[in-house]
Design a protein around this ligand. Structure first.
Ligand code: MN3
Length: 215
């Protein structure tokens, strides 16, 4: 399985597809309740998959001359929004572990220490940036392609405030649909619980493959 398996499994036979949850919907108790997980995956994530396919189809029809070129800019915007949603949700499911996640080891621990000074420094940074995302968005830990350090981005919606070439490792959804049923308006409590249930093993694999892809 390569590092981006959770992303490439979202495409098959020429279309974006909804990847299955990597665990049972009730497996994330007590982080998230099964109704939240099921609605989030089967309705919200699925809607982004459908939206990405619709936008891609519009762009194909423009390229084929079946639609006026004027349809392309709006479709490109819709593709960025919906495919961004598909990518980040695919990563979100893989970011969470049904068991308490502990702390990272190996190269990822080294990278976090190098980039944030310590694991606590990472947590402080991630919590602050993710909590402060205005409205709907994401806290995303990933690799800055220029410095090769890890950084946290506060992504707005699914596609704003992203660096070209940024390679995401961990994504925390802070759209209200991700947490409102259980946490109500307590976004901070949700983020703290998320931090305790990160699947660091999978994140470490993603980091290893990102670094190897550079060689
Ligand atoms: Mn969501």
């Amino acid at each position: 399985m390569n590092c981006n398996h959770c992303l490439t499994s979202g495409f098959a036979d020429g279309h974006y597809v909804l990847p299955p949850l990597p665990y049972a919907p009730e497996a994330l108790e007590p982080v998230l309740d099964a109704p939240t997980v099921l609605l989030h995956h089967d309705k919200h994530h699925a809607a982004y998959v459908a939206g990405a396919n619709a936008a891609a189809e519009t762009l194909r029809r423009v390229a084929a001359g079946d639609l006026a070129a004027e349809a392309a800019p709006a479709a490109a915007q819709l593709l960025a929004f919906n495919l961004g949603g598909h990518i980040l949700h695919s990563l979100y499911w893989e970011s969470l572990s049904p068991a308490p996640g502990g702390t990272p080891g190996g190269a990822l621990a080294d990278a976090l220490n190098h980039s944030f000074g310590s694991y606590a420094g990472f947590e402080t940074t991630f919590r602050a940036i993710t909590l402060a995302v205005q409205g709907s968005g994401w806290g995303v830990l990933g690799v800055d392609p220029v410095s090769r350090r890890l950084c946290v981005l506060g992504v707005c919606r699914h596609q704003d405030v992203l660096l070209p070439g940024f390679a995401p490792l961990i994504a925390c959804d802070v759209w209200e649909h991700a947490y409102y049923l259980r946490y109500h308006n307590n976004r901070a409590g949700y983020i703290d619980t998320f931090l305790k249930h990160i699947d660091w093993k999978k994140a470490e694999k993603r980091l290893t493959h990102i670094c190897h892809d550079d060689e």
